[in-house]
Design a protein around this ligand. Structure first.
Ligand code: HEM
Length: 382
């Protein structure tokens, strides 16, 4: 759906402060792309945990953390993130579907890539993209942040995997691999035969991604899985955070490193880029008084657990980190890419802040695996 631009927000024009504007615009990414799912989640959110048949909806932070830390989970089941990730990459899983000693070893190995040294190594790659692509703002030109982030994410992921693949091609392949795989793992309306067609499309997209990455067979699962996990979350997270900062006039908080860290945390909390974690219980448990049985489907609503809905983002008074950080999950499978994602968003906001950009146009992505923008244009306001 093409949406109206923001008349009257061009270069040199002052905009009135409207602190609710960021949230109103951001809601469109949910309402347009996943209307059934988000209506269901909103309707059931009053209870910390609610059972609907064999599905258990988990909204409150305590039970959400318990589900990720204590409930035995079937990591190979259909309808889970690991299941979707496996289909998206056409291989056995990497981290997502592992448990116990194998998983701990894989996480230790991944620590080199995701630790502060790994992030410092990649940083020049994305900084070069940002400085080159945002420079036209200084001349009054419009910039599409979604396209900039597609290049940033593709280039960073290629460097992370040490493959020489053009940035936009990598991003497009990783997004294509996730689209149909994700459709099957969240509730919603499907056309007859849709699941079969989605599986076939996913297999083709997974093969295309593996071929593009060109890594040896033994490494294909790991490389494809990282590309899918990294590109799809980044493409969802950064443009939404930028739109919200522009709409709520939050740029002054991005001027200094001290306040920017809190701004980054708040923007990740309110956008909750991976809003629902679908899991399947492998054994009996109890969550806030609700009994869970083996085979139950769990919808862990990261968006509600992290309090994305309220209060509005405030870098001067952020929600406690223990709550806000739940957008990255918790426990042994907590997102290993969190530091990288935070560092990238931090640099995006730092590079944009001097221009005090405003949104001139936004179009929701109706196909992406995670709610996000297909196009988000900005123009400098000073
Ligand atoms: C804002 C961006 C991101 C968000 C919101 C996010 C969120 C998540 C969440 C919620 C999980 C599941 C955690 C759990 O089960 O407890 C996860 C897992 C994972 N993420 Fe991220 N992620 C982001 C960026 C990234 C990036 C940039 C990468 C790679 C470069 C990455 C790689 C992974 C991997 C490999 C896992 C599986 C970990 C495991 O199962 O042990 N993520 N992420």
């Amino acid at each position: 759906m093409a949406e109206r631009g923001d008349p009257g927000q061009g270069r040199g024009q002052r905009r009135r402060r409207d602190p609710g504007r960021g949230r109103r615009r951001d809601r469109r990414v949910y309402l347009v792309s996943h209307p059934v799912l988000f209506a269901l989640l909103a309707a059931s959110r009053q209870a910390p945990v609610r059972r609907l048949g064999r599905t258990v909806l988990v909204h409150a932070p305590g039970p959400y953390a318990d589900a990720l830390r204590r409930v035995p989970l079937d990591r190979l089941a259909e309808g889970t993130t690991a299941g979707a990730a496996q289909r998206a990459t056409g291989t056995g899983g990497f981290l997502f579907d592992e448990d116990g000693a194998d998983h701990r070893q894989a996480r230790r190995d991944a620590a080199t890539v995701f630790g502060s040294d790994g992030v410092s190594r990649l940083r020049p790659v994305w900084l070069e993209v940002l400085r080159r692509r945002f420079a036209p703002l200084a001349d009054g030109a419009e910039v599409d942040v979604v396209d900039v982030v597609a290049e940033l994410s593709g280039a960073s992921t290629a460097a992370l995997l040490a493959v020489a693949v053009p940035a936009h091609a990598l991003t497009a392949a990783a997004r294509a691999a996730a689209i149909t795989a994700a459709r099957g793992h969240l509730p919603g309306l499907r056309w007859p035969g849709g699941a079969r067609r989605d599986r076939a499309a996913t297999a083709r997209a997974a093969a295309a991604l593996a071929e593009l990455l060109g890594v040896p067979a033994g490494d294909a699962g790991r490389a494809s899985m990282l590309a899918v996990a990294s590109v799809n979350t980044t493409m969802a997270a950064i443009p939404r955070a930028v739109a919200w900062c522009a709409d709520d006039g939050l740029w002054p908080a991005a001027d200094s490193a001290g306040t920017r860290a809190a701004l980054v945390a708040e923007m990740l909390r309110v956008t909750a880029p991976s809003p629902v974690l679908p899991r399947v219980a492998a054994g009996a448990a109890e969550l806030a008084g609700t009994r869970v049985r083996a085979g139950d489907r769990l919808l862990l609503v990261a968006r509600h657990a992290a309090r994305a809905g309220a209060p509005r983002p405030d870098p001067a008074d952020p929600v406690p980190a223990a709550i806000g950080q739940l957008v990255f999950g918790t426990g042994p499978h907590r997102c290993p890419g969190a530091r990288l994602a935070q560092a990238q968003l931090d640099d995006v906001l730092a590079e944009l802040a001097p221009y005090r950009p405003v949104v001139t146009g936004a179009r929701v992505d109706r196909r992406s695996a995670l709610p996000g923008w297909a196009r988000l244009t900005l123009r400098a306001a000073r």
